[in-house]
Design a protein around this ligand. Structure first.
Ligand code: NAP
Length: 285
């Protein structure tokens, strides 16, 4: 049996049933990583298995629900028992949420935080001692919505802002122990993301009360942005995940497209907030 230093590096990715996580799992396996592709519901692994077979790569598929601490511990213990090492984690699992502030309950907002923020904290905490052992990488799929607040996405953007604040704070501490920390910032990507939000668009506008005109305008813009011709492919977005996984000294913040880079750049130079609000005001007009 090969010693850990000779065996291929091991990456664990969350949320690989579809989209960016699926594409990143296939890309990592293609690049020679032992890839632990995790899903909260293994019965939803059909598309992942098909993509791996088509790419001619093997994946180690395991159950992991980012809101279930026991499932995280069990997946990571299983990886260490079977592979003897854990070199990288990609916190990819996440779900969108659309709502009007006055209509959505605090319980709904907490649920969005639970998956998109506390899920990331849960997995990262459990993985860190093992990443530290081998100079590993902690990568989290955030969003341009982790930098720029977007109308009717208050809860989702709050969760992604929280992810970025957490990871930016952690980065120097982790680096002092040999672990690099990166966040990936996609714009619109053509995945199951919008369908998984599960919003009946007409119903949402009908129930939006005084906010109906702004929500209608926002949805029209968003539908155009997510049309297949405008959105990035999941494989394109996964290239940035692979970059964070493989380049020497990855950047902390990686945007997945030129559009995402320009959008994030607007915010990072916007000291008084007027540039972003000037832009997002037009989305709901
Ligand atoms: P997606 O196709 O909907 O994939 C999301 C994945 O997360 C699915 O595999 C889903 O599993 C999984 N997931 C949800 N809740 C989970 C939980 N509690 N535990 C484990 N897995 C869970 O969407 P995607 O676009 O690829 O999203 C991936 C990441 O990119 C997310 O963090 C998202 O916020 C971010 N992002 C997406 C876009 C975009 O435009 N698509 C833009 C910016 C950022 P199930 O199949 O079981 O639901």
């Amino acid at each position: 049996m090969s010693s850990p230093s000779q065996s291929p590096k091991v990456v664990l990715i969350t949320g690989t049933s579809s989209g960016i996580g699926l594409a990143a799992a296939v890309a990592a396996a293609r690049a020679g990583w032992t890839t632990v592709a995790t899903l909260r519901d293994p019965s939803r692994s059909g598309a992942l298995r098909k993509a791996a077979a088509e790419a001619g790569v093997e994946l180690d598929i395991r159950r992991l629900d980012v809101t279930d601490e026991a499932s995280i511990r069990s997946a990571i213990e299983g990886v260490l028992a079977d592979h003897g090492r854990l070199d990288a984690v990609v916190n990819n699992a996440g779900s969108g949420h659309l709502g009007t502030m006055e209509n959505e309950s605090v319980a709904e907002v907490r649920k969005v935080m639970e998956v998109n923020f506390f899920g990331v904290v849960n997995v990262s905490k459990e993985a860190m001692p093992h990443l530290r052992a081998g100079g590993g990488r902690l990568i989290t799929v955030s969003s341009v919505g982790g930098v720029v607040g977007q109308p009717f996405n208050e809860a989702y953007c709050a969760a992604k802002f929280a992810v970025e604040g957490y990871m930016e704070s952690l980065a120097p501490v982790a680096a002092a122990h040999g672990v690099s920390v990166s966040v990936i910032e996609p714009g619109a990507v053509a995945t199951e993301f919008v369908a998984n939000v599960g919003v009946d668009l007409e119903g949402a506008v009908a129930e939006a009360g005084v906010y109906a005109p702004q929500l209608g305008a926002y949805l029209n813009r968003t539908i155009a942005q997510f049309s297949d011709s405008a959105a990035q492919t999941p494989e394109g977005a996964a290239e940035s995940v692979l970059k964070a996984l493989t380049v020497d000294e990855p950047a902390f913040r990686l945007q997945t497209s030129d559009w995402a880079r320009g959008f994030v750049a607007t915010k990072l130079a916007d000291l008084d907030g007027s540039a972003v609000l000037g832009l997002t005001n037009t989305w709901i007009a």
